[in-house]
Ligand binder design. Sequence first.
Ligand SMILES: C[S@@+](CC[C@H](N)C(=O)[O-])C[C@H]1O[C@@H](n2cnc3c(N)ncnc32)[C@H](O)[C@@H]1O
Ligand SMILES: Nc1nc2[nH]cc(C(=O)O)c2c(=O)[nH]1
Ligand code: SF4
Ligand SMILES: [Mg+2]
Length: 242
Amino acid sequence: MFKFPVLEIFGPTIQGEGMVVGRKTMFVRTAGCDYGCSWCDSAFTWDGSSKKDIRMMSAEEVMEGLQAKGGSRFDHVTISGGNPALLQNLSELIDKLHGQGIEVALETQGSRWQEWFVDIDDLTISPKPPSSGMKTNWQVLDSIINRLADSGRLSHTSLKVVVFDEKDLQYASAVHQRYPKVDFYLQVGNDDLAEADSASLAGKLLEKYQWLIDRVMQSDMLNHVRVLPQVHALVWGNKRGV
Ligand SMILES: C[S@@+](CC[C@H](N)C(=O)[O-])C[C@H]1O[C@@H](n2cnc3c(N)ncnc32)[C@H](O)[C@@H]1O
Ligand SMILES: Nc1nc2[nH]cc(C(=O)O)c2c(=O)[nH]1
Ligand code: SF4
Ligand SMILES: [Mg+2]
């Protein structure tokens, strides 16, 4: 029986981002990431600051944790991190969830492939723009998208690029042009990660949302796209576990 490094189990709450925004869901957040984005809003999963809170849990224990928090008030679970795609044996958890009639979403950055990607109901791949300080391995990303296409999974897949500035917007256009068959989302970047006043943060994020909408409307390379804020950040600010 395999054990996964788990940092948080929370919900039910709404999925605040991307392809199933607004969907009632539970979250399982795994520890560890192969990236270190400058603006990561979940840096505690990889920077060592929450090391003592990591629990090694079997799929069965995660199921119990979900039930303890959510009872029978959910039918959808989002697995995020960190990068959950580092965990080869996550299929144990995915199969258990499906066995209970629960849909499974995954958040990952597209740096690693796992065979179980083809079992995910709502797969969000979020390649990282220049502002993150990370460099995309296009060969790896190409092969991930190709495998999903070959398995007939593109209708369960989306690309989501966080945008902070003009260079990020160019990067987003490049990703969308490269994979035109994959549903594409642009997401407002939050660079006020220390702001404790959620009303003040919401004001600033809405201004950034307006900027992003304006820029996308002016572009002829970003037509078949959706532009979204992080809804949970608008509602709850930088609070953890919501
Ligand atoms: C914390 S990451 C975890 C999953 C995976 N490592 C990834 O990056 O896709 C979940 C989502 O939050 C986004 N995100 C992280 N920090 C953000 C920020 N400061 N503003 C907006 N979105 C952010 C990521 O791009 C990703 O789409
Ligand atoms: N409500 C809510 N929606 C989210 N969508 C993606 C999240 C993540 O951190 O991966 C997230 C999160 O942490 N909370
Ligand atoms: S890839 Fe995701 S979890 Fe990892 S550092 Fe970047 S935003 Fe954070
Ligand atoms: Mg988040």
